[in-house]
Design a protein around this ligand. Sequence first.
Ligand code: ATP
Ligand code: MN
Length: 482
Amino acid sequence: MKRTEIADVLKKQTQTHLNQSVKVQGWVRTRRSSKNVAFVALNDGSTINHLQVVVDLGKFDEALLKDVTTGACITVVGVLVESSGQGQAVEVHAEEIIITGTSPADYPLQKKGHSLEFLRENAHLRIRTNTFGAVFRIRHALAFAIHRFFNDKGFFWLHTPIITASDCEGAGSMFNVTSFDLNDVPKDAQGETDYSLDFFGKPTHLTVSGQLEGELGALALGKIYTFGPTFRAENSNTTRHLSEFWMIEPEMAFYDIIDNMNLAEEMLKYVISYILDNCKDDLVFLQERRAKEQMNKPKNEKDVMGLIERLEFVLQNPFERITYTEAYEILKNAKPNKKKQFVFPVEEWGFDLQSEHERFLVEKHFKKPIIITDYPKSIKAFYMKQNEDGKTVRAMDVLFPQIGEIIGGSQREENHDKLLQRIKEMNIDEKSLWWYLDTRKFGTAPHSGYGLGFERLMLFVTAMTNIRDVIPFPRAPLSAEF
Ligand code: ATP
Ligand code: MN
């Protein structure tokens, strides 16, 4: 007999399987026994919903039933019938049970309600919980929606390299890639590491961004995007930073910063609406989870909206667009600044916005997503297009409630000489960027792009609060198990 997935079995609209024999396979979540029957909640990952399996204890061998324990993998053949009990529309009355994999009593996920910390230490099994099942099904849907959005708009997915030799984005925060025996590193005459003998003949790193290569693609294919892992060796042990995270980086020729902002807003709304349309059961579960988590919080720390309402709110409201200078004025005159409640007080124009400032603007002042543009050039990357004022660049950061920065982007400097001058001013090795500068030499064009942190967006759509809980196997300082 062919197996049917539980998502299929439970589909109400069709009910094709009702009063028929089905074969299901999955993992036992719970088992509840009364005198004559046992109720087994079976889950196979295809949906957050469990299938109730009713086992007539008289029909089966005691030795076999002993192994139907939490965590065990079983195969069940039985008739799907309407359920008279509460909590489910249908259930399977077992006629045959095969123990596919037993789960002894030391199975770590015995009872419900483990802490997220405990589950992080058991990341190899946490995917089997309701919470992480929901999170990772949504993660898939979100990635799919992103690909679909760009594909439908005529973008090409460009695969940029993970190993890179350019270190212009700050070598301090990059992981080195080498094939040297670290106990026996070759030295040159000056006693320095002789990279000419290393695998690539020069120092190489794991990429922090695919943007520079993405720009090469945009200036040939017109509109491209990257979607892949990026790496940062910064020692920031926060709930918003990973050492390995996924980034989506569209790059478009002939787009100015306004086009860029419009694209970012349209994309975010598209993918959020895709999740609302396609992941309802998982969202409802995560919304309830979040509400429970918030139960004992003081009123001023509670979410003002439930998860689904919050997602709908984002769809319905245009993002607020302000310049850095406007943001600076708001922050400088803000109550928490005057009352010295910011850890980083806002004084001089030109300071870099800290996460407390971003969150004040988004959560307290505007109460919706905002896009901040035209940042001081001193706090932004060398490739951003310089404004006429000589002080600011055409940067755009998208800030979300609860998350802070979710997107960082800009119109790029397309003028060769201005770009080169900025590279020199910032003491970046221009020789290693010869290929990048070539794009401004041969057929340069105005272009723009941005980087979306995939896990930051995941935080927003799942209402999870620690970025380590929205990637299957998180990489963070001192943490690379599994
Ligand atoms: P932040 O100031 O929050 O550290 P950033 O300015 O370093 O971010 P960018 O270099 O502009 O970020 O990267 C683009 C996007 O990638 C960010 O908007 C964010 O969504 C995401 N991102 C950056 N660093 C991390 C990280 N360590 N872990 C997860 N996502 C990240
Ligand atoms: Mn950072």
